[in-house]
Design a protein. Structure first.
Length: 380
């Protein structure tokens, strides 16, 4: 078995193929969430020449060398006030919806309905939560991902008729439900090419879904908000469980809880993740730990030592990546089994890639840490 290309390269090729297959002739093409000049070159190469390309992008700077025909509008995708009603032929939201919070999701779909001409084409592609949840895939800027059925319901509530949904890169085998991994790895039964072809027919089993829909009626904002909140209420708690361990083994106990078991004298990251974005607010994260060395070891050297460091961390904060921290001594873990430790912290702005980390000091002390830390949020 050999890895033939990175998953990002593979997905770029598959998305390019879908762009090439889109109906041609759009006079006005709108992108929700654009980036550098390379992006417009990519669209032009795959879709063809576009007389007018509107780029909606609030957070990235305007490129200095925009191609001819590109209009850069520094607005939120949830409120495109500068774009006229019924003025767009094709609305492309590529790898964007998973970056949005509920109000922006609702706003972007309502706006798509407003700016598209009757029968105009909405195109959205995004990672599929049916796959990312299994893989515990944790992109530092992703809020929640949607599965295929949820995406369809959102589009329909926005007044669209879904005309086509395809999958990009099969990760769950149909019928057997075997996990195929996200990485590009050829096997005798599931070659890369077979995964690509079968995935098109099984978007619900693929890493990315690609959806096309035609504008038919007016959007229903109330229904959109209800649906988006329903997804968020179950997907956000799951998003926070996407933790990993460098030195421990994940186990599941009979009560359904996941734990990382950390052997004695092993230093390093006992738990890290979920690399989640957190908006400005007040937070409390609860870590649950349990000694595995037994009470008879209380007089050992680790009993009075610092054995674990708990921290809230983001490498996106270059000056002060550690947001808050607490050191745990061995004797604290002998007081109750298991025992919980709360860390509170405040964020003044949106921070990407927040991690809840448990660092073992490598003492002769075995313990386990609950893999799903609890987060209580009070949003500002």
């Amino acid at each position: 078995m050999t890895t033939i290309r990175t998953i990002n390269e593979l997905l770029h090729d598959l998305r390019s193929e879908q762009l090439m297959a889109l109906p041609k002739g759009a006079e006005v093409f709108l992108t929700a969430g654009a980036s550098g000049t390379w992006y417009f070159d990519w669209i032009s190469q795959c879709y063809g020449k576009i007389p007018k390309h509107i780029a909606i992008e609030k957070y990235s700077p305007r490129p200095a060398d925009l191609p001819e025909g590109v209009e850069w509008i520094p607005e939120s995708v949830g409120d495109m006030a500068s774009v006229a009603n019924n003025s767009v032929d094709l609305f492309f939201s590529g790898q964007n919806i998973e970056h949005l919070w509920v109000p922006e999701i609702v706003g972007s779909l309502v706006e798509a309905s407003r700016v598209l001409r009757p029968n105009g084409l909405l195109v959205i592609d995004s990672p599929n939560r049916a796959v990312t949840a299994v893989a515990r895939d944790a992109h530092p800027e992703h809020v929640v991902e949607f599965n295929v059925e949820e995406a369809k319901l959102l589009a329909e509530a926005a007044g669209f008729e879904v005309t086509r949904v395809v999958g990009l890169w099969l990760c769950i085998a149909p019928e057997s439900n075997d996990w195929l991994t996200i990485n590009s790895i050829d096997s005798e039964h599931w070659t890369d090419q077979r995964r690509i072809e079968v995935g098109k027919t099984f978007p619900e089993n693929s890493y990315v879904w690609w959806m096309e829909a035609r504008k038919k009626t007016r959007a229903n904002p109330a229904k959109l908000l209800e649906l988006a909140n329903q997804v968020y209420s179950k997907a956000w708690p799951e998003r926070l469980t996407r933790t990993h361990s460098v030195i421990g083994q994940r186990v599941t106990t009979p009560d359904g809880n996941g734990w990382f078991e950390i052997p004695e004298a092993t230093a390093g990251a006992a738990m890290f993740g979920p690399y989640a974005p957190l908006v400005a607010g007040h937070y409390t994260v609860t870590f649950t730990l349990e000694s595995q060395s037994g009470l008879e070891r209380q007089l050992s050297s680790w009993f009075n030592d610092d054995v674990i460091t708990l921290e809230v961390f983001s490498d996106k904060l270059e000056k002060t990546p550690v947001i808050t921290t607490r050191v745990v001594r061995g004797k604290e873990l002998a007081e109750a089994q298991p025992i919980q430790f709360d860390l509170t912290f405040d964020l003044d702005e949106l921070v990407f890639g927040v991690q809840f980390r448990v660092i073992s000091h490598g003492k002769k002390f075995a313990f386990k840490v609950k893999a799903n830390p609890k987060l209580i949020e009070t949003i500002k």
